[in-house]
Design a protein around this ligand. Sequence first.
Ligand code: UGA
Length: 409
Amino acid sequence: MVEGKDLMKIGIVGLGYVGLVTAAVLADQGNEIVGVDTDPEKIEKLRSGKSVIFEPGLDELLSANVERLEFSSSYEKLLSADAIFICVSTPDSTAGIDLKYVFSAFESLRKLKVRKPVAIKSTVIPGTAGSVLERTGIGCVSNPEFLREGTAIHDSVHPERVVIGGIDKENIAVFREIWKFTSAPVIETTNENAELIKYASNSFLAVKISFINEIANLCELIPECDVNIVAEGMGLDPRISPLFLRAGLGFGGSCLPKDTRAILKFSDTMGAKLQIVDAAIRVNNDRVHHAVERIEKMYGSLGDRKVCILGIAFKDDTDDVRYSKSWELAKEIESRGARVRAYDPVLHHASGVEVAKSPEECMKNSDFIIIGTEWNEFRNLNFETPGKVIDLRRLLDVELVDLAVGKHD
Ligand code: UGA
């Protein structure tokens, strides 16, 4: 907790990754937090001091600030808040993005006649703040979130930028004050720019990943080529940067796949289709198929083979399997008649996949050991097993593996 600051009472609606991390971080700055979620089970668990998600450092931060954190399923608790963040989910829909939880949160605030500044943190398409104003009469601020799962607390405390969009200068000032402790540069702009900055950022990251994955496909066909060396050489140019140039199975998770699809649909309806984003999605959709085809081309049919997959989560340091490429890989390999057993450092169950208790148990008697998620601890495993080691995340020294992404066969 930070001494000598003007403290606020901050309401957070929606206690998923973004909401809960924001609650913990702002409580740690000394603010009083009231977190509201319509899921009573979640509230019960949070009240008993347990986190509802796996995120490094989050349990500790919640416990350290327990006296400043109140959780409730009642919106009325928000009446005493000085400012409110909307952090509800914005799931996929055939129209691109489903905004029903955002609209319903604002509808509840309207009914309660909440007059305090409200910011949308959820990822929403440009024009959403405008639609909220039309529907409910509430003029809100757009304050998109850029944290990553696995490093969420660090990212929230040390963001590269704070984006605040809106019309009402007084409301904007309240949110500038809340994030002042980060010392990050602030972009103060329109709601629409703020909303689009979030989508353009995630889309660009997705494009970078798909770009390097296409270069990886090319490297696989050129003798003496290795995508990691190519990426290293590219990344030294500061205009390119080395980040998000790690070739592999492609991007998964609840954000990049969903957000690229949503902005593509949105751009289509606006009449300015984002063709590069479209291509990035198509490249990404082919990653698992490409990997399995390559394995079968090298080693023959996977039917009846025993396959160990290391990692099920969509990336390291999370237990999130939403749109996980590793999970998709397990299903694809199984569909070809192989027996799949997976291991993940934090996930001990995964729908439809047999999960081993240890990496050794997973690898034992397997014909193939495939790295599907980039968990750092897989680097230290003893791979002196009969199975062929296939590195689909380029985690290991290339000498240690039989087949690696972006390396000529
Ligand atoms: C992403 C963005 O990075 C965050 O800035 C954003 O706030 C968040 O979405 C969101 O919209 O909420 P996240 O989905 O947590 O964060 O994870 P990333 O670290 O971006 O990784 C996404 C996927 O890309 C993972 O499957 C990862 O394995 C893959 N990836 C990442 C690569 O294949 N190569 C890379 O070089 C980097």
